[in-house]
Design a protein around this ligand. Structure first.
Ligand SMILES: CC(C)(COP(=O)(O)OP(=O)(O)OC[C@H]1O[C@@H](n2cnc3c(N)ncnc32)[C@H](O)[C@@H]1OP(=O)(O)O)[C@@H](O)C(=O)NCCC(=O)NCCS
Length: 123
């Protein structure tokens, strides 16, 4: 999925970097997003395992919402694996709500997707 996003001209990549000495630092998190007309789509988000629970994913999503707002988008959407409780808690904490289930949406392994939506990109 990440390789496809990196090659997609519509996709935008945000990175979170450690900058201990003011240099361009190691990437510890990323978020791929699309802004399609009035909709922000969060496509792919991950934070390196040793750097989780420090607010990095939250910062990436808030920055994406800010970009989308500046582009005139209205709402934000994403899909997440039904078993991914950590990500669902993250998104719920940022104002996303579950709006639908997409059966067998994912492969490797096959799993349902939860569609989550934030009615507004404002915060
Ligand atoms: C999900 C993921 C991106 C979260 O990144 P993160 O930088 O650790 O998230 P944050 O520190 O911003 O967490 C914000 C809140 O989300 C929730 N949260 C994050 N990880 C959680 C976990 N493992 N269990 C429960 N809640 C969690 C918490 O409410 C957390 O707030 P708190 O730390 O004050 O309790 C990260 O765990 C990850 O990369 N997972 C693997 C890839 C993945 O699942 N991506 C999402 C695909 S949709």
């Amino acid at each position: 999925m990440l390789e496809a996003e990196l090659q997609n001209p519509f996709s935008r990549l945000l990175t979170a970097r450690l900058m201990p000495d003011g240099q361009t630092g190691e990437i510890v998190g990323y978020l791929c997003l699309w802004i399609v007309f009035e909709e922000l789509r969060l496509m792919n988000l991950a934070v390196e395992a040793g750097h989780r629970r420090r607010g990095i994913a939250t910062a990436l999503v808030l920055h994406a919402l800010s970009l989308a707002r500046d582009r005139g988008a209205e709402r934000a959407v994403l899909e997440v694996r039904a078993s991914n409780n950590a990500a669902q808690r993250l998104y719920e904490g940022l104002g996303f709500r579950q709006v639908a289930l997409r059966a067998r949406y994912y492969s490797n392994p096959i799993e349902d997707a939860v569609l989550m939506q934030r009615e507004s990109v404002a915060f």
